[in-house]
Design a protein around this ligand. Sequence first.
Ligand code: DAH
Length: 348
Amino acid sequence: MAQAVSVVEVSARIERAATLEELKDIRTEWVGKKGRLTEEMKILGKLSPDQRRTRGAELNQVREAILSALNAREEVLKDRAERQVLETERVDLTLPGREPISGLLHPLTRVRRRIEDIMLRMGYSLAYGPQIDSEWYNFEALNMPADHPARDMQDSFFVDVPGLVLRTHTSPVQIRSMQRHQGRLPVKITAPGLAYRRDDDATHVPVFQQVEGLVVDRNISLGNLLGTLKMLIHELLGENVGTRFRPSYFPFTEPSVEMDVACAACGGDGCRVCKDTGWVEVLGSGVVHPTVLKSGGFNPDEVSGFAFGLGIDRIAMRLFGLDDLRLLYQNDLRYLARFQSGQGGSLS
Ligand code: DAH
């Protein structure tokens, strides 16, 4: 028996084993719990002490030899399997990659940031206020008492809580900023943000963006306002764009002025976009009304100010040559992506 268990023969089988499974079978067959060698060892106890010693030593040697052959072969097979995996799962680094979709800023965000940039360079600080504000900040403080007809111009969204309204313009931030200054001069702020009105057509959406500007100091005049606005608009739309000021009316300014720019669609000749006037309105402004200064905690006998508010959407329509503002709010990426610099939009 024992030497019939030819180590040479088993070793040869082990060497021939082509897979780890095959090797495992051989291991079970010989040195497993019920393996042939194991069984041989179990009957050692039945032999005489002398026989047991020699036979035991022999079997141990055989066992050692088989185990080391098994282990050596296992190494080889494992190694081979690993290399095969590496081979079949090889990554072709020369394949072209998938182009990542890169995010882009919304065109209105880019216009807003550009305006903020110009304002910051002119020395203004950014200021913010709540989008749900009190009627007092939105109307009364701005010289629009409850029965004032100008309230009708700003068809409002009221909320369930009495006295609160979705702000109809960014002008209430004027009052909040003056209050925050507690009488300290100068106040020089710009307030970008959302405003809400019950409007909805090609050039008006119910949620829109404005940028407010306010300067309060000693001896601020209409001249300061006009110079500032010219600078802002020329920085924004180009040195050569034609501009004009028109007298207007706002409850919170006296005098009040509206600024127009030459129509981009017809160059000033008159067309559908400018309703045949050659001009498009871009902002409202004026010298701050004494009542408004008082609401903000300033004495109109000592200080004066100017203010203006412009619609970001209007500026964007002009910069991008749009005739329907609503498209900018539908968030269709295929449409918005056209305003990446160099494609469709002129804003760098
Ligand atoms: N709040 C005005 C509006 O939404 C715009 C405006 C006009 C703001 C004149 C001003 C201003 O600060 O002085 O129509």
